[in-house]
Design a protein around this ligand. Structure first.
Ligand SMILES: [Ca+2]
Ligand SMILES: [Ca+2]
Length: 247
């Protein structure tokens, strides 16, 4: 009887551990999330995509000028070319509109130089496409100050209405999230090197993930001194620096 109780308790504990454990996924699962809506658990954009947008904003060769339409119309000037910074001239003290036609279905970040009213409208249905996330941007030396992410469908003409803005001008940098993803590796022992479990995302990674990999012992506590950055200790029977050999 006692033995059965112990088994039942053990099973319950195991279930609890599974339910509370980290949400780790193999690489193939996370890779397959491309071309879908903003991934679950994404609450902010990672530094990689923001740095990428800032490069375009800071490079004069990437800038294209557009005079925004005074009305929300699908015939407004287009800002659909990727990897560009669009300098919009807006109607005086008023909102202006441009259009965006995504080539691929997925999540698009619209970075901009002013945090002013910004609305994305489906040109076919006139429905507003709510932002999947919005946030301020703070990147040294970068003119971009705000970004929102919208889930868009390939081939649909979207009207992007923004303003009024100071100087009747605003610069927009559209980015497709899947173009700027970074792979982060699970670092269970906190030594800065991850194992093979990873996430591939344009968003801020979950805590406990790192961009460095090749940790050959990621066991919490006992594995923290074993990683590619460690110094090999001769004679301890351990491959301390993960190079596949001992000295
Ligand atoms: Ca580690
Ligand atoms: Ca070694």
């Amino acid at each position: 009887m006692m033995k059965m109780k112990r088994i039942a308790l053990s099973a319950l504990l195991s279930l609890g551990l599974v339910a509370c454990g980290p949400m780790e996924e193999p690489e193939s699962t996370t890779e397959a999330q491309g071309a879908q809506a903003l991934e679950a658990g994404c609450t902010s954009l990672g530094s990689g995509i923001t740095s990428h947008a800032c490069v375009h904003a800071g490079n004069p060769a990437d800038h294209l000028a557009r005079t925004a339409s005074a009305t929300r119309t699908t015939s407004a000037p287009s800002i659909s070319t990727k990897h560009k910074a669009y300098d919009l001239t807006l109607p005086s003290s008023a909102e202006g509109s441009v259009t965006y036609v995504p080539a691929t279905t997925g999540s698009y970040a619209f970075y901009r130089t002013q945090n002013v009213p910004f609305t994305v409208i489906n040109g076919s249905t006139n429905a507003t496409v709510a932002a999947a996330l919005s946030q301020t941007v703070s990147s040294t030396g970068c003119s971009l100050v705000y970004v929102s992410v919208h889930d868009l469908t390939a081939g649909t003409t979207y009207i992007v209405a923004t303003g009024p803005a100071a100087g009747n001008a605003i610069t927009l940098v559209p980015e497709f999230l899947d173009d700027s993803r970074t792979r982060y590796y699970r670092d269970a022992d906190g030594d800065g090197y991850g194992s093979t479990t990873s996430v591939y995302t344009a968003c801020t990674p979950p805590s406990g993930y790192t961009t460095q990999r090749f940790d050959c012992n990621d066991t919490p506590v006992s594995g923290a001194s074993i990683n590619p950055g460690a110094t090999e200790v001769c004679g301890n029977g351990i491959d301390d620096n993960c190079d596949g050999s001992q000295c």
